[in-house]
Design a protein around this ligand. Sequence first.
Ligand code: KG4
Ligand code: ZN
Length: 356
Amino acid sequence: MLNAVNPSTCCILAIESSCDETAIAIYQNGLLAHTLNSQIALHQAYGGVVPELASRDHLTHIHTLIQQALVQANKTLNQVDVFAYTKGPGLGGCLLVGASVAKTLAMYFNKPSLAVHHLEGHLLSPFLSEPDLQFPFLALLVSGGHTQIIEVRHIYDYTILGDTLDDACGEAFDKTAKMLGMPYPGGKYVSDAALQGKAIYPLPKPLMHSGDLNMSFAGLKTAVRQLIMKLKLENQQNNPNNELFPEQIADICASFIESATGVLAHKLKQALQQTHLKQVVVVGGVGANLQLRNRINQLGQSLQAKVFYPSLEWCTDNAAMIAITADLYIQYQQAKFDDTTAIDVLPRCALAFKAK
Ligand code: KG4
Ligand code: ZN
């Protein structure tokens, strides 16, 4: 099967269904098509992703999204050489939808299927738009579930240098948003509100000076909660509803972002100094954050390191990053095509299926 795939002409259909986005990409020497259905509206009423609803919604949309992507790419299923899919990490039922569809199509058309690691997809997503990026580089992975600093030497060759000890940074954004009555997922709302505010409240920067590259965001979230309670109490005399004033909300958001991005930038600076790497990528949903980007850009300038981001569309979950990862596996002749038709997924798995 491996020999049948020609890296220079290979057409990949990639499926991402690990959480609350169903996405399809078609890739052949570049991205030909991308379709996506976001489930945000479906889960918003619950304040977070409901796994059973998520997997059913993937099933509802996946076939239409594949059809639409094929039309966009002007391809037929017959012309696809490899069916790639996210095998993990993610929600088990959601991953099973993508894996089942990819493997069924692969079996029917007698083509290989290829499992891709979701986080590896995020790490390699800047290659979609940054032709100058080269291995090795340093990555700050900041998504809803992960906050890690990773040395990326090559595909399959990663070392996690720093990790969060509790909540992910995206989780802290979402919880802060929830406490302030903003919709889920709240990162973008916190970010937008902060643009109108000032970082006037002193919030902690956990583990800032721990000496290692680990991070922690649970304490910051608790400090935000205490600050909100304190301000509401102070407001009581002027405000019968006991609500926060819009200026206070903006200032809380700005103060939270000042602390969170301060820790991220400081740890990244340490990592750059330790590794002597001169390229940084910032990936994952929180990587879309404007304030974080400004801070990392300044850091890059001060250390003469080049900073790369995926375009905003590829910061949050998508299938283009799964497709480019599959393509890189193939281009470097290291694709490990599935050797069984059994459908298995890995809801929890270390970075890259061949982690060091
Ligand atoms: O990478 P992602 O789409 O999903 C995971 O794989 O987890 O990241 C989602 C996270 C959410 O926590 C969301 O609130 C956050 O990314 N996010 C943001 C922004 N856009 C999305 N956080 C801060 N600022 C943003 N502009
Ligand atoms: Zn993700």
